[in-house]
Design a protein around this ligand. Structure first.
Ligand code: ZN
Length: 188
């Protein structure tokens, strides 16, 4: 099957804010979508990608972590550990933004795989974080909704020609406004 890199939509596109629809039957179209999502995720050096991010409002996400790949259809979080852990997240749909987000350390997720088989996964740590981030996408929730600790990531080139990144604290409303104008933020 041919795979294709799809276009990733960004903040401001209303599809990102919709609640995605459950998949009633996994057909060749859904399998093609999953394959394309893997290709798109790899191309963009992401560790997870949800279908709404490629403008398809269906409950599907893919992830890749520590050499393992995951494709989940209609994922449901059945259980969450009580312990929350903070971590730094980015999102391919909100480029140049970084957020400190609290996530449950461990969860249990039931879903269907690419072939429609029922699966149960209990990810922990960073994989649990990726799953929670992607499942949020299926409900129209983004990292800017989950954090008050938000930053612009600005890459600068110093006098010696070395690239250096700098974090500039920002707010949810400033980020939304910047993406509405489809402009990059003004430096300092
Ligand atoms: Zn994301």
């Amino acid at each position: 099957m041919e795979m294709a890199v799809r276009k990733i939509i960004t903040l401001g596109n209303p599809i990102l804010r919709q609640k995605a629809q459950p998949v009633s039957k996994i057909t060749k179209a859904e399998q093609q979508l999953i394959d394309d999502m893997f290709e798109t995720m790899e191309e963009n050096e992401g560790v997870g990608l949800a279908a709404p991010q490629v403008a398809v409002p269906k409950r599907i996400f893919v992830a890749k972590w520590e050499g393992e790949t995951y494709a989940l259809v209609n994922p449901v979080i059945e259980w969450r550990s009580d312990d929350l852990v903070s971590g730094t997240e980015g999102c391919l749909s909100i480029p140049r933004v970084q957020a400190e987000v609290n996530r449950h350390l461990k969860i249990r997720v039931k879903a269907l795989d690419r072939n429609g088989n029922k699966i149960v996964i209990e990810p922990e740590g960073w994989l649990a974080r990726i799953f929670q981030h992607e499942i949020d996408h299926l409900d129209g929730i983004l990292i800017i909704d989950r954090s008050d600790d938000l930053y612009w990531v600005v890459t600068e080139v110093d006098e010696e020609g070395k690239e250096r990144t700098r974090l500039i604290p920002t707010t949810k409303s400033a980020i939304i406004a910047a993406f509405q104008k489809r402009k990059t933020p003004v430096r300092r």
